[in-house]
Structure formats: C-alpha cells, structure tokens
Write a protein that binds this ligand. Structure first.
Ligand code: ADP
Ligand code: MG
Length: 306
C-alpha cells in the first residue's frame, strides 16, 4: 500500500458496488440458516417470498413455503433432486370408456437413487414410466428432470430430451434387428449426431460382458445378452435417469440375477439414477426405495436404505 499526498495510506475500498453485493450476500446467507425462523405472515417472510418469485425459484424446494423459511437441507435437496413429479394425471379414452391410469401422483427422486416401482397389473406403472421418459404426454401435472419442465418442451425438444436425458429398458429389449451390438448400443449417440465416446463404449462392453460379440446381430444372441445390449444402449449417453419396465420379465432366474446385478453396478459405478418397474422380489429388495402403486395412486413409499 503506498502513502498518499497527505500522509495517509491510499484508500483501497471495495467501492459501493462491492458493499452492495456484500450486504446482499450476508442477508441472503443469513436467510439460509436453518436457525432463522420467522412467523409465516411477517413482512420479512413476504419479502423473501417476493425475492424467490423474482428469482424464479419459488418452485424450488429451498424455499419451504410451509415453514416460510429457507434451509440448508432444501439447498442440498435442490442440487440432489434429479426428478420431481407433481400431481401427475393420465386419462385414456372418453366418456364411458374413460380410464384414469394415473391419479395425482407426486414424488421426487434424488440423484443416484435406485427406486423400484411395484404394483398389480393395470395399476399404471408403465404409464408412469412412459410419462417420466417423455414418451407420452400427461393429461395433467408436471415432470421436472434435472430442474427443467419436461412437458414445457415442443415435440422436437422432447425428442432431444428422450435421446439425451433418458435411458429406456423394456421387457422385450426393443433392439433394432438389422443393427449389430455396437450399432444398437451407440444408436442414441449417432441419432444425436455426436461422436461416440470409444472409451465409454469399450468400458460398457466389458462391464456388460459383451466383448467378442460386438458384431453379432440381436437374433444371434440369447435373451440375457440382448437385455445386456439394451442396458448398454440406455447407459451409453450417461442419461439423467434410466427407466426400466420389467427388465427381467422375460428371463430365467440366472439371467434375471445377472441383469439385476448389472443395474445395481451401474447405480454404484456411475451413480446412475434408476427407476425400475418390477414383479421380481430380488430387484425390489436391492433397491434403495420401493414405491407401491395401485389404481393410479402411490399407496406406499418405503425407503429401504439411505
Ligand atoms: N394406450 C392406452 N389406451 C387406453 N388405455 C390404456 C392405454 N395404456 C394403458 N391403458 C390402461 O391404463 C391402465 C394402466 O395401464 P398400465 O400403465 O399399462 O399398467 P401396468 O403397467 O401397471 O400394468 C390400465 O387400465 C390400462 O388398460
Ligand atoms: Mg406395464
């Protein structure tokens, strides 16, 4: 620091803008502390609500409307929450033939969670999975994946969402019969006009025990191998969520176990968020959480392990 003309050190302040930012940050940080509680209707809590609204974060969980406060936990949840479903409804048909497949379903899933969905046939499980994956539009309600509203998108953007953010695994594999193993796995990347990450491809082929089968067509593979290819296709893009609809429904117990182990491995190795519909008790027991659905409603939400 140099000495000024009058013998005083030159002032090196942060300026009015700096004080303004500092003041704002300290008030903001103060508001985030969990210890800070205000009665819901005070002028201050209303002011906070207005700040939130202007910052377009009212929907986010870090402002807890119920308590009228901000919280650290809420902030953590905001960054951890990969999927949020609000009042999802789906009605098929009209008049007498109307079927309410989903009836105000709400839940959220944290990043890296492995969720099993169980329920009787016709309870709305596949409908829910298709809506989460951007395959079918809901009649009402909202789906947020990685913080953005899936169905606020137009059809073209929705197709991009499906390719990049979601990995789908079906009971009957849904592989393209004229494409070989590598082509099937890399299909979502190629359709997106992007370059294949050769390292990830090699790693996936190895993990899924498909090395040596790279150029086989689906009809030259067993059921278990075909399902492993479809897992590879689902994981290739490192999607936000992998959705599987009864992935072991068509396999014997040995192959089912292999598929479940691979899904679990992807969950541990890549911290992949998984939502799996299943009748298979072994899958359900390996999940972190079980959602039970009946008549289009969630009737149970059980956390098995954190
Ligand atoms: N495309 C459709 N058109 C009409 N009704 C449908 C359609 N898809 C599903 N449903 C009906 O919605 C309900 C839920 O079906 P679904 O989601 O497939 O159940 P789950 O996968 O649990 O067996 C069922 O009553 C089914 O008949
Ligand atoms: Mg189904």
């Amino acid at each position: 620091m140099s000495v000024g003309q009058r013998g005083r050190p030159d002032k090196k302040t942060i300026g009015w803008r700096g004080w303004y930012v500092l003041g704002f940050l300290s008030v903001y940080l103060y508001m985030l502390t969990e210890r800070y509680q205000t009665p819901k209707e005070t002028a201050f809590s209303k002011w906070k609500f207005c700040v939130c609204r202007s910052l377009r974060v009212r929907k986010c969980t870090f402002y807890e409307r119920r308590k009228g406060t901000f919280s650290h936990k809420g902030i953590v949840r905001l960054f951890m929450e990969i999927l949020k479903v609000e009042n999802l409804c789906k009605v098929y048909g009209r008049g007498e033939n109307q079927v309410k497949a989903l009836d105000h379903v709400s839940f959220s899933v944290q990043k890296g969670e492995f969720v099993a969905i169980i329920g009787p046939s016709g309870s709305g499980k596949s409908t829910l999975l298709h809506i989460l994956g951007g395959v079918d539009r809901p009649t009402g309600g909202k789906v947020f994946v990685d913080g953005s509203d899936v169905y606020a998108r137009g059809d073209e953007q929705l197709a991009i969402f499906r390719r990049r953010q979601v990995g789908l695994i079906y009971q009957f594999y849904n592989l393209i019969p004229v494409l070989d193993v590598v082509e099937n796995i890399t299909l979502p990347v190629l359709m997106d006009g992007r370059k294949v990450n050769e390292e990830r491809l090699r790693e996936l082929l190895e993990t899924l025990k498909l090395t040596g089968r790279e150029h086989h067509l689906p009809n030259q593979l067993s059921g278990g191998q075909q399902q492993r290819v479809s897992i590879g296709r689902a994981l290739m893009n490192a999607p936000a969520i992998v959705l599987a609809d009864e992935p072991t429904g068509n396999l014997d117990s040995k192959n089912s176990k292999e598929i479940v182990d691979l899904l679990e491995l992807s969950n541990r190795k890549y911290r992949q968020t998984l939502i799996v519909i299943t009748h298979d008790e072994n899958i359900a027991l390996q999940a972190d959480r079980i959602l039970a659905i009946e008549d289009g409603r969630i009737i149970r939400d059980e956390v098995m392990r954190k």
